[in-house]
Each structure stands twice: as C-alpha cells, then as structure tokens.
Ligand binder design. Structure first.
Ligand SMILES: Cc1cc2nc3c(=O)[nH]c(=O)nc-3n(C[C@H](O)[C@H](O)[C@H](O)COP(=O)(O)O)c2cc1C
Length: 365
C-alpha cells in the first residue's frame, strides 16, 4: 500500500489512483490497457468507433494479458436527425478531398457505422470489470452494467452534470476540466461552441465538496506527479490522463500524430467541431484552420464524423498529420518522450509525486 492509495483504489481494486483514459481512434491497444492495469492503475479500452467483433477480440486480448481490473469506455449520444449538408460545407469538404486526391463527395451522408447497443452487449457478455461513459448519463446501459455487477464511471464537465451522474448511481465521476484533450464530455453542446470548459483547478474542488460520498477523478492537463499531487490536494480521489499516454510505446496512435505531439507547443491545442461535430481539443492543423476560416457549421455528432472519415483515412495512409484528428490537451508540451512504456509513465507519476512531497516535508511521510 502507498500513500496514494485512496478510497477509489480500494473500491476499484487498484494500487495507484491513475486511470488511462479510453481514447477512441485506434490508440488504446490491449497492450496499453493491460500494461496500465498491471502497473496497478486502471487501463481503459476505447469502445467508440469500433465494430462489436473487434471490441470482443480486444477485450479478450486484455484478459489474456492481465487478471487485474480494466475498463471499457463508450461514448453515448442521441441519434441526430439526418440533415442535408449546407453548400458551404460541401465545398469545404470537397476542397479537402481534392487536396488528398479523393473523388468529390456525392452529397449522401454516410452511416455512422456505429452500433452502441451491440458494443454494449459485448461488454456485458465479456463481463468487463468496469464500464465508463462520456457525453451523457449512462441511462439503460448504466442500469444493465450495475445489474451485472460492473463498476460504473461517468464523466462531468459541470456541477449539474456531476449531480445527475451521482443520482444515476455511478461509482466514480471523472471531472473533466477544460484543459483536456479529445472531446468535451459536456452533455448538451447545442448553443455552446466549445462545450463547457471550466478549468480542472476550479471544477475538481467544486465537485469534491458537493458530492463527498463518491470518488471524484480529476482529468485535464494532468501530465506528471505534480499534477497528481495537485489533484489529490483539490479533493480528487484519482486522476484520468489521456494525452500523457499517447506517445508511449504501447500506444497505437499513428506515427505522424505521435511526431506532432512531441513538438507541439502549449498554444497549439484548440477546440474544434470540424472532425466530428462535437467540440474536441486537438493540435491545430490544416483541416482545423480551414474549417475555422470558412465560418461554416458542422453537422451534428456523429454525422460530421462520418463526413470526414475518408479524409482522415486518406491522411493516415499518407502519413499526413495536416488532415488527421490530433487530439491533445493543453498539457501536451509537458511530455516530450516517446521511449517510455506505460508502466514507466505510471511509475514516473508516483516518483514525481514523492519528490513534491519530499520538497514540502523534507522527505517526511
Ligand atoms: C486522443 C484522445 C481521445 C479521447 N477519446 C476519448 C474517448 O473515447 N472517451 C472518453 O471518455 N474520453 C476520451 N478522451 C478524453 C479523456 O477521457 C480525458 O478527459 C482527457 O484525455 C484528459 O485530459 P488530458 O488529455 O489532458 O490528460 C480522449 C482524449 C484524447 C487525448
């Protein structure tokens, strides 16, 4: 047992209070998830944008690699009405397609290609220890997960969202600060161009005070042991980190994406709806800039995601990071190493935290 063993560790059978975030988009390999769990944290497999069969294979591989608890994450959303794309959106898209040598878009909105119900059925069948959700309350999925004996984690960007998650019976709440990389977890993003972006420093103590009987997990910009100590000082019971794990050895993020992460400045991550229709923070590139300059509106999530899929796939084939989604948080410039394993990163969080405490207390425990 170590001094970072919180009630969250106790309740989720962990040794250290660190969650590696589920990161959709071919990043969270079973090897990454298992390595984090083996190191005593909670590895999370991203279940969004994955076919049910692929998800089942990935879960089974994690189970082969570790007997420790791990989590599977889904992004929950309401199916939007299919809308016609505005002519400006069509011409923006076709301009980018032309730049990548793709044929012009025929105007038909491709299907989302996601089957959340089928993915959740796999999660139930495979008896995954922890189920986590973002973008909304867990709803019917949460009730089924709890009935099956799983631990349940939700994500909040405001106090009201956290209170609603608490009322829905989640076992822990991720307090996602505005610094975070990837999608904003804000439940209702209509009329809010960037979702809600309250900083981690302000959000975590607010939630910890208001909801003392549920573990609060701080997320957003927590890149090292200083951030871990800060989060625990603010009343969190643990942290969830995404950006910090993107460049590690087990991460299967595209090589060109990893390269950009290693040189990005703190000013480069910006919030955009260009890729998916929902606000998300990533390193600014040609696709994001042209979208911002055009002043057009994206289709609602996940329709915009379907629209940009071929562009992102073509960019990945060419290794061209100017057209990929380069999700990253504001702390991106704090991690410039690609040679670490996930276990080394977990150990580094703890070692640095120890150094912070040693500096304060003269090494005292
Ligand atoms: C590349 C990337 C993909 C992400 N995908 C997801 C996801 O699929 N589900 C989810 O709940 N959160 C996702 N997130 C957000 C994380 O849960 C978390 O809030 C965020 O990474 C914390 O901020 P940090 O990146 O500064 O550590 C993603 C974040 C990144 C960086």
């Amino acid at each position: 047992m170590n001094r970072y063993y919180t009630r969250f560790c106790e309740q989720f059978s962990l040794q250290v209070p660190i969650i590696q975030a589920g990161m959709a988009g071919g990043i969270t390999s079973p090897e990454l998830v298992a390595a984090v769990s083996e190191a005593g944290g909670l590895g999370t497999l991203a279940g969004a944008y994955v076919k049910p069969d692929e998800l089942r294979q990935a879960i089974r591989r994690v189970k082969e690699l570790t007997k420790r608890p791990f989590s599977v994450n889904l992004l929950l959303y309401e199916e939007p009405q299919t809308e016609a794309a505005a002519p400006q959106l069509v011409s923006w898209l076709n301009q980018l397609r032309a730049e990548l040598g793709l044929a012009p878009w025929n105007g038909e909105i491709p299907p989302a290609g996601e089957d959340v119900d089928a993915c959740f059925a796999v999660i139930l069948e495979e008896r995954v220890p922890v189920f986590s959700v973002a973008f909304s309350l867990p709803g019917k999925y949460g009730s089924a997960a709890k009935a099956a004996g799983m631990k349940l984690i939700g994500m909040a960007t405001t106090l009201d969202e956290a209170k609603a998650l608490h009322a829905a019976g989640v076992d822990a709440i991720v307090a996602q600060g505005g610094e975070a990389g990837g999608h904003r977890g804000t439940f209702v993003v209509e009329g809010k161009p960037e979702g809600e972006c309250i900083g981690t420093m302000a959000l975590v103590p607010l939630l910890a005070d208001a909801l003392p009987d549920v573990p609060i997990i701080a997320a957003g910009g927590i890149m090292d042991g200083r951030g871990l100590v800060a989060a625990l000082s603010l009343g969190a019971d643990g942290i969830q980190a995404g950006t910090r794990f993107l460049t590690c050895r087990e991460s299967t993020a595209h090589a060109a994406y990893k390269e950009r992460l290693l040189t990005a400045k703190e000013t480069e991550p910006r919030i955009t709806r260009a890729f998916s229709g929902r606000p998300a923070r990533g390193i600014e590139n040609r696709l994001m800039q042209s979208f911002a300059e055009s002043g057009i509106s994206a289709l609602p999530y996940p329709l915009q995601n379907s629209l940009t899929r071929e562009i992102r796939a073509a960019a990945a084939r060419r290794g061209d990071s100017e057209y990929m989604s380069l999700w990253a948080g504001q702390g991106v410039a704090l991690a410039r190493r690609s040679d670490q394993s996930a276990a080394e990163i977990i150990q580094e969080y703890i070692n640095q935290a120890e150094q912070v405490i040693a500096r304060w207390c003269g090494g005292g425990s």
